[in-house]
Design a protein around this ligand. Structure first.
Ligand code: SF4
Ligand code: SF4
Length: 390
């Protein structure tokens, strides 16, 4: 059995010492401080408490990941907090901006709505053919599109994506946390047999939505299929079409984000529907980091397959030592493996050579990104709640 000095026996790893865990956490603590010191507004007590709480929360989670050497259960706290607090802060922001969550269709098409990364893959073909963006949205609350801001945001997205690939969907996406929270509630899945062909769902939605966006020259997914419109902003229902659109958003949210995760313990919206997730999978091919199965250690008990929230492991892929392209690097399989055979890995290195080093390097990149994107959203949601009480 390959060991790296930390493995006690099959499936067990020694906790790291507190001192060493603190040392490893220091860069993240500093990064948190840097990020949140920008957001502090003098005289705003709610924002101050929210920023300090968020910085301590995210740093403490990273410390626990260092101390326990497990990833998924600590990351999940962050991700669920992000998913729950995003709508709180967002809804408050749009209510202040417009006084309603309903946005007129013309404003949506004109991009006078806050920036969202989900339509990125839908913009490519219309932009290639007409050199126009059909729905970039604004990254500035209340403002029109900022070209420089958009370019900067796109640059940050690309840089992060090239490093962590589909890890975006476990460390940056502010939509996936609600369903991850729902999937965590039941002790066991009630619905265990899922047709593996559902894995092609996100690719089918992506293809149809890309073509529709090109044909209609509008963000078809945002207009018709995004489940998260139900908890952010929706098409103002001024006629039957608007009512139908909003009905679809609510049904998809209730089904894919609430009911099915409760029944299956899977992130069903991410695994079977999200076109952005499919698009992001492509970048798993360019990412430096991945998760592999060390075939010399694997039994194979398939506990990793059961633990995977996105069905990114199959019997065949385990036998080959691979995860599927849809792997979002959440770490659930690594934490679940009793043989330490599911391992973090840096492309080009020996599988199982030094998986903890690979995990550390991945986590510095992913957690730094989590603090940068998710941290400010968590703080904004917290500040909104605190504003009511403080
Ligand atoms: S990698 Fe998966 S199948 Fe192999 S031992 Fe670990 S949990 Fe079991
Ligand atoms: S294969 Fe492992 S790391 Fe990838 S999504 Fe599934 S559980 Fe998470």
């Amino acid at each position: 059995m390959a060991t790296n000095g930390r493995i006690l026996k099959s499936g067990q790893t020694a906790p790291r010492s507190i001192g060493r865990s603190i040392l490893l956490t220091l860069p993240i603590a500093l990064w948190s401080f840097l990020m949140f010191s920008h957001s502090l507004q003098p005289g705003n007590r709610s924002a101050l408490i929210a920023c300090v709480t968020t910085a301590v929360f995210l740093t403490a989670l990273f410390f626990m990941m260092m101390r326990t050497r497990s990833t998924y259960r600590w990351r999940r706290w962050f991700f669920v907090a992000l998913g729950v607090l995003f709508p709180v802060g967002f809804i408050h922001m749009v209510m202040v901006m417009r006084g309603t969550m309903g946005i007129p269709i013309e404003e949506m098409i004109a991009g006078r709505t806050p920036f969202c990364y989900l339509p990125i893959p839908l913009l490519i073909l219309p932009a290639a053919f007409t050199k126009a963006l059909v729905f970039p949205g604004s990254i500035l609350p209340g403002g029109g599109m900022s070209g420089g801001g958009m370019a900067a945001m796109a640059g940050v997205w690309l840089a992060i994506t090239l490093v962590v690939g589909k890890g975006w969907c476990s460390y940056a996406c502010f939509f996936g946390g609600i369903e991850e929270g729902m999937a965590s509630i039941p002790a066991r899945a009630k619905l265990r047999k899922i047709d593996p062909r559902w894995r092609y769902g996100p690719w089918a939605v992506l293809l149809v939505m890309v073509l529709l966006s090109l044909a209609l020259f509008e963000p078809a997914y945002c207009m018709w299929l995004c489940p998260f419109k139900a908890v952010s902003e929706y098409v103002a229902a001024r006629n039957t079409v608007g009512l139908v659109q909003n009905g679809i958003f609510v049904v998809l949210f209730a089904g894919l984000v609430i009911a099915l995760p409760l029944l299956t313990k899977k992130r069903t919206q991410c695994a079977f529907f999200c076109p952005f997730g499919a698009f992001q999978s492509i970048f798993n091919k360019t990412s430096v980091f991945d998760v592999k199965i060390d075939r010399t250690l694997c039994s194979p008990c398939v506990l990793c397959k059961t633990a995977c929230p996105t069905m990114s492991l199959t019997d065949e892929s385990i036998a080959l030592g691979e995860t599927l392209m849809s792997c979002m690097k959440c770490g659930a399989c690594v934490d679940a493996c009793p043989k330490n055979a599911a391992v973090w890995h840096i492309r080009g290195t020996e599988i199982g050579g030094n998986p903890e080093r690979a995990r550390l390097m991945f986590l510095y990149a992913a957690w730094g990104m989590a603090i940068m994107f998710g941290g400010s959203i968590i703080a904004q949601g917290l500040a909104t709640i605190l504003h009511v009480f403080v």
